[in-house]
Design a protein around this ligand. Structure first.
Ligand SMILES: Cc1cc2nc3c(=O)[nH]c(=O)nc-3n(C[C@H](O)[C@H](O)[C@H](O)COP(=O)(O)O)c2cc1C
Length: 328
């Protein structure tokens, strides 16, 4: 059970990671259908928000059918972050999440995202200011530490808890590690099982399927698991993991018909939300992933990811459904 303020999720909660350019409303709609228990917006720049930058403001848009949902913010200065939190609250999310985990140079070098792991006193001061000025539960997402020599997550977790955050998500890598190597869940487990830690701990990193999810829950006792990259092209992963945790049985992957219908729905939502041509361009990576592994698919795939016409893409989806009907 995961409890963050009024958000309560039974049993083995599965969260959709915030991911830039991916976890937008169309993709969140799809993940929700497959059972994501708690989702987040893409991270939103506090500087962008307070300047009323159109891109940042648009990312605040959330919908009732997405609940519970968190808005994630990042920035390197306290005042703009507090102001951005106020703006985010007006969008009425269920919680505010602070990103202290993004390792991208442009962001971390300025001291935002994972860069904040290099200045823990500032991180704590910023978090405290946000908690004190927010009506909503505030949560944090971060990494094990800045680098291999400074894996200070236990100290960071205790101090963040002290200033009032209501849950902590830990990605089991360091900032300088980027996405290399494997996520180290043993340290996540140490934080979770430390007697001084009372807030929920959400584990994140390299969850790719039901067995590994079950193993991580078992091994660390985390309150929830957050899944990022594996949801892209495989949003049914939430359903698969839930089924496995509840029954011990593996659910067969979705058939071709379900995948095509999912691709159609996602495409429609993408067009609605983004219009043309963005709604088409930004579907390409999802299309490729949804149909990965189909035999003799090269040419069709190429058409699907180069077409700029809605009607043509719809025809290609029909063609896929017909051509591979025997796979179901
Ligand atoms: C394309 C991409 C964009 C991401 N954007 C964000 C973000 O906006 N905020 C955030 O906290 N983490 C972001 N992350 C990190 C993920 O949320 C997650 O912590 C990381 O991918 C590890 O989990 P996974 O192994 O399940 O993917 C991003 C990751 C990727 C691959």
């Amino acid at each position: 059970m995961l409890k963050i303020g009024n958000v309560e999720i039974e049993k083995y909660p599965l969260l959709l990671s915030p991911m830039e350019d991916l976890t937008d409303p169309p993709f969140r709609y799809i993940c929700k259908q497959y059972g994501a228990d708690l989702m987040y917006t893409e991270f939103i720049s506090s500087d962008g928000l307070i300047r009323h930058g159109a891109k940042s403001v648009r990312k605040l848009e959330i919908f009732d059918n997405e609940r519970p949902i968190g808005i994630q913010l990042y920035g390197h200065l306290i005042e703009p972050m507090v102001e951005a939190t106020r703006m985010a609250e007006e969008a009425l999310p269920d919680l505010i999440d602070i990103n202290f985990g993004c390792p991208v140079k442009k962001i971390a070098r300025r001291g935002a995202g994972a860069g904040m792991l290099r200045d823990v006193p500032l991180m704590i001061k910023m978090t405290e200011a946000i908690v004190q000025n927010s009506r909503l539960p505030v949560t944090v997402k971060t990494r094990l530490g800045w680098d291999e020599q400074n894996k200070n997550i236990l100290d960071v977790a205790l101090r963040l808890q002290d200033v009032g955050i209501q849950a902590l998500t830990i990605h089991g890598r360091t900032g300088t590690q980027l996405y290399r190597g494997q996520a180290d869940w043993s340290l996540i487990g140490k934080v979770k099982n430390h007697p001084g830690i009372h807030i929920p701990i959400i584990g994140n990193g390299d969850i790719t399927g039901p067995e590994i999810a079950a193993e991580r829950f078992e091994q660390t006792g985390v309150d929830a698991i957050m899944i990022g990259r594996a949801t892209v092209g495989k949003p049914w992963i939430f359903r698969e993991i839930k089924h496995y945790l509840e029954t011990g049985q593996a659910l067969p992957p979705p058939g071709l018909k379900e995948k095509v219908s999912l691709a159609r729905m996602h495409f429609q939502k993408s067009l609605q939300w983004k219009g043309e041509p963005r709604g088409i361009f930004e579907m390409r990576r999802h299309f490729s992933n949804y149909f990965k592994g189909l035999p003799d698919f090269r040419e069709i795939r190429l058409k699907l990811v180069t077409s700029t016409e809605v009607a043509e893409i719809s025809d290609i989806l029909d063609l896929i459904e017909e051509k591979y009907a025997n796979l179901d």
